[in-house]
Design a protein. Structure first.
Length: 171
């Protein structure tokens, strides 16, 4: 079953969070959903997999990857750089396909992320768009980075993952 990558926010997001959601939707070939006052339960009843961006002090601070069928929540504590801060433009992945690459120790997270993104039918070894999981050599605060490329060009957004937890979700 094919489904769309749905990315939404906590209520009343800041401009920076809205920009990040749009960037993520662009590179993943997904759809940003304006949340408004819609309860999360309602969104999760329509879409079995959702990426929710939560804020910390007006900035994107958490990524929650909900998988309703597997009753799993991947929780990432993050900081971000937007597309415009990395390549000074908005780059859109119109083909909606992306290659996932894992370097060094990030390989331990490969199954976790493959299992989440597999149902969207966006993973392709032939895509010029790459979602790269890269080790953090310099920064001890950062577990790993998720950097997006088109060919060899960094296009952003850049996601610095500071911590990762996998939780079970109950109704």
């Amino acid at each position: 079953m094919e489904m769309e990558v749905i990315i939404t926010t906590s209520r009343k997001p800041s401009q920076r969070t809205r920009s990040f959601v749009k960037d993520l939707a662009r590179v993943l070939g997904g759809k940003s959903l304006t949340r408004g006052k819609t309860p999360l339960k309602e969104i999760l009843s329509k879409y079995p997999k959702v990426i929710l961006v939560e804020e910390y002090r007006g900035n994107p601070g958490k990524l929650k990857l909900y998988d309703v069928r597997e009753e799993k929540l991947i929780l990432l504590f993050i900081s971000v750089k937007l597309q415009r801060e990395i390549c000074n433009k908005n780059v859109e992945n119109r083909e909606g396909k992306i290659k996932m690459e894992f370097y060094g120790d990030t390989v331990t997270y490969k199954d976790l992320f493959y299992n989440f993104f597999r149902d969207f039918n966006i993973i392709s070894q032939d895509s010029p768009f790459r979602m790269c999981f890269e080790e953090s050599s310099k920064d001890s605060e950062v577990l790993f980075y998720i950097q997006f490329y088109r060919g060899e060009e960094k296009i952003g957004p850049l996601i610095a993952v500071k911590d990762l937890k996998v939780l079970e979700i109950a109704d």
